[in-house]
Design a protein around this ligand. Structure first.
Ligand SMILES: *[C@@H]1O[C@H](CO)[C@@H](O)[C@H](O)[C@H]1NC(C)=O
Ligand SMILES: *[C@@H]1O[C@H](CO)[C@@H](O)[C@H](O)[C@H]1NC(C)=O
Ligand SMILES: *[C@@H]1O[C@H](CO)[C@@H](O)[C@H](O)[C@H]1NC(C)=O
Ligand SMILES: *[C@@H]1O[C@H](CO)[C@@H](O)[C@H](O)[C@H]1NC(C)=O
Length: 410
């Protein structure tokens, strides 16, 4: 887009594309649920913290509608809960004729309750970009008064497949299609505690940044990005994130091989998947190093792990946990993955997969899904340490690159 055209847009279409071409680093804050980020919904904009979720298909905002009663937050929400008051937005429109309400039961937001959403349109603001998009708005039909969530909705960043109706999916992709962003790419950079960037300066002091509309060429060498074609893995909905109706839109690539140190491990797929699967998810299910149960057993043996029961385990998987000797971490093997389409090995070094619970307790932070040698792993914050994770909506590809800490940390 030329500069003069951009100026024209500035005057004629104030709300979109005013800064097309620029990218925006959305700051992320670590919580026990996943990462939250500040966005706004409506006009005038209502600022809300929203849970970033690479595995949800839309923007889902909590509203004051409870048990089908509008403006009744006290009927289902905690008094401290923040939410979007749709009545206070001049531009809010329910769209029941275009997009009928939907209910997911079960779902992974409220495992024992139905998630009923009404589709609506309103402005969704990320940084300097405000775009009118289709949103999912809550109508809770169950009691959430017990506590307040530290966020007021879900910012879905799932890929949009051929045959999906893109007009109601990820607000990033919807706004890209309305020219808000020049590039159909988001990229995630994790300033984890203990990273070479102790002050989290490369994340502006935050725990992570989700860059919208491009990649940061200081953090990574663009030539070193490896791209992997996205694939569909139906078993995600059978054994990992179970939704009804099913959701299959994930950033997901095939795992070709896994090694512990130099030792190649046997991996196979779950029954209905085309191959061993890597599902990218950095919310609470993406914590822990993804392994099959059989590879976990091998790692426990290699690190002389002892079973341990923890009050606060480092991830929410159903596998057992093992304590290891904190003094030996540097001698433990590196775990590495090769994904289909490129032979580069992506490693998780032991200091990134061992969690220090306290001064004397170190545990393997491993999460398993599936049986025995079947591999279906959630690649989230443990894998993402020292790596840049990139999603391209047009190519439907996942990019991975090593963070060049040396370029940015002195
Ligand atoms: C929501 O906004 C409307 C319009 O500004 C206002 O009348 C109403 O009191 C607000 N609802 C709550 C629960 O604050
Ligand atoms: C998407 O859904 C809307 C509402 O049902 C409809 O108007 C539009 O034509 C659909 N677009 C595609 C590409 O199917
Ligand atoms: C919701 O649950 C709380 C206890 O967590 C209870 O005090 C309250 O009465 C319940 N509200 C409704 C509408 O059932
Ligand atoms: C890229 O990251 C560096 C280091 O954090 C920062 O100084 C720079 O502003 C970033 N550039 C963009 C375009 O975001």
């Amino acid at each position: 887009m030329s500069f003069s055209l951009r100026l024209l847009l500035l005057t004629s279409q104030l709300c979109i594309a005013a800064f097309a071409g620029q990218q925006y680093d959305l700051p992320n804050t670590w919580t026990s649920y996943g990462f939250t980020a500040p966005i706004s919904v409506g006009n005038p904009p209502q600022e809300l913290d929203i849970l970033m979720d690479w595995t949800w298909i839309s923007a889902y905002v909590w509203t004051g509608t409870c048990y089908h009663h509008p403006n009744s937050p006290q009927k289902c929400l905690n008094p401290e809960q923040t939410y979007f008051n749709q009545s206070a937005s001049h531009t809010f429109r329910y769209m029941p004729a275009l997009y009928p309400s939907r209910t997911w039961d079960p779902n992974h937001f409220f495992p024992n309750e139905p998630a009923l959403v009404n589709y609506a349109t309103d402005y969704f603001t990320v940084g300097f970009e405000s775009t009118n998009v289709v949103l999912q708005t809550s109508d809770f039909t169950f009691n959430l008064t017990e506590f307040a969530y530290p966020f007021a909705g879900i910012y879905g960043l799932s890929p949009v497949f051929k045959g999906d109706n893109a007009s109601l999916q990820s607000p990033f992709y919807q706004s890209y299609r309305k020219d808000a962003w020049e590039s159909p790419v988001v990229a995630w950079h994790f300033c984890y505690t203990g990273s070479p960037d102790l002050a989290k300066a490369t994340c502006g002091g935050h725990d992570a940044i989700q860059t919208h509309g491009g990649i940061n060429k200081t953090l990574v060498d663009e030539k070193e990005i490896r791209w992997y074609q996205n694939e569909v893995f139906p078993d995600v909905n059978n054994i990992d994130f179970i939704y009804d109706p099913a959701v299959l839109n994930y950033w997901a690539i095939e795992v070709e091989s896994v090694k512990i140190g130099d030792e190649k491990q046997f991996v196979t797929s779950t029954p209905n998947n085309p191959g061993p699967a890597a599902i990218f998810d950095h919310a609470s299910y993406g914590r822990g190093m993804p392994l099959s149960p059989a590879i976990y057993e091998r790692l426990v043996a290699a690190t002389e792990g002892k079973p341990v029961t923890l009050n606060k385990p480092p991830n929410n998987g159903e596998q057992a946990f093992y304590q290891v000797d904190c003094a030996c971490i540097d001698d433990f093997p590196t775990v590495s993955y090769v994904f289909k389409g490129d032979q580069k090995e992506w490693s998780i070094v032991p200091r990134n997969y061992v969690e220090k619970i306290d001064d004397s307790t170190c545990v393997l932070n491993v999460r398993t899904v599936g049986n025995h040698a079947q591999f279906l792993g959630n690649f989230g914050e443990t894998f993402a340490k020292d790596k840049y994770i990139i999603f391209d909506w047009e190519k439907l590809a996942v990019g991975i690159a090593d963070i060049q800490w040396g370029n940015v940390v002195v």
